[in-house]
Ligand binder design. Structure first.
Ligand SMILES: [Zn+2]
Length: 220
């Protein structure tokens, strides 16, 4: 499924998400899709974005052992199709899964979500849109309690410039983190995606969700 997602346009990814979503309640905006899983007890919101830099699927997709890459003439788009893939795999476990468009041009999908659902609430946003294999990025640090909880699963804090949660956390005052999903050299034709890291980190996020007891995180 990850290779299929990488070869799709954003419009095709959105249609694919909606096809997969028949078991969920769905809220749609022009530039976001929110899946609501009323059967899930874990009050968390996973986040990823379905646009890529340029929004054009790679011309050629290659795989060498666990590494996906292009032939060097186009961008892979593991940022953030890896996150979309992970979110689809995990959507059964959490109450909310948010897919945004236009993250790469300023988080426009996230902004639309804020304006469309101003009373939205959850305990935390977990975005799956970070390069590398072990990073946790808090763009807006509002809960050391939450950061300690995330850190207890082995993620190491790092710094980053922007993702959808940079819009969501200040608007809703809900803590958030962006976690690594295994892509490297994003926004360049040298981008690669490590499928082993992706699968390992999906399992790790699943463990976080399973162990989360729905307690509110103390805000600073
Ligand atoms: Zn991204």
């Amino acid at each position: 499924m990850i290779k299929d997602l990488i070869m799709m346009t954003p419009e095709q990814v959105r249609a694919f998400i909606l096809e997969q979503a028949c078991r969920f309640e769905v809220v749609e905006g022009a530039d976001f899709v929110l899946l609501i899983n009323n059967d899930a007890k874990k009050d968390l919101c996973l986040v990823s974005h379905y646009d890529t830099v340029g929004n054009t699927p790679p011309k050629v997709l290659k795989q060498e052992s666990n590494i996906l890459h292009t032939d060097g003439t186009s961008i892979l788009g593991g940022d953030d199709r890896a996150g979309v893939y992970a979110c689809l795999k995990l959507a059964d476990s959490v109450r909310y899964t948010l897919f945004c468009d236009k993250e790469e041009i300023g988080g426009l999908g996230a902004i639309e979500f804020c304006e469309s659902m101003p009373h939205f609430t959850t305990k935390a946003f977990i975005e799956l849109d970070r390069k590398g294999n072990n990073d946790s990025v808090y763009y807006d640090s509002i809960s050391l309690d939450f950061e300690e909880w995330v850190g207890s699963f082995g993620w190491k804090p790092n710094t980053g410039s922007f993702s959808d949660i940079s819009k969501l956390t200040p608007y809703f005052n809900i803590p958030s983190v962006n976690l690594s999903v295994g892509y490297y050299n994003a926004h360049s034709k040298r981008e690669i995606l490590d499928l082993d890291v992706l699968e390992t980190n999906i399992c790790r996020v699943k463990r976080m969700i399973d162990e989360y007891d729905n307690r509110p995180f103390a805000l600073d």
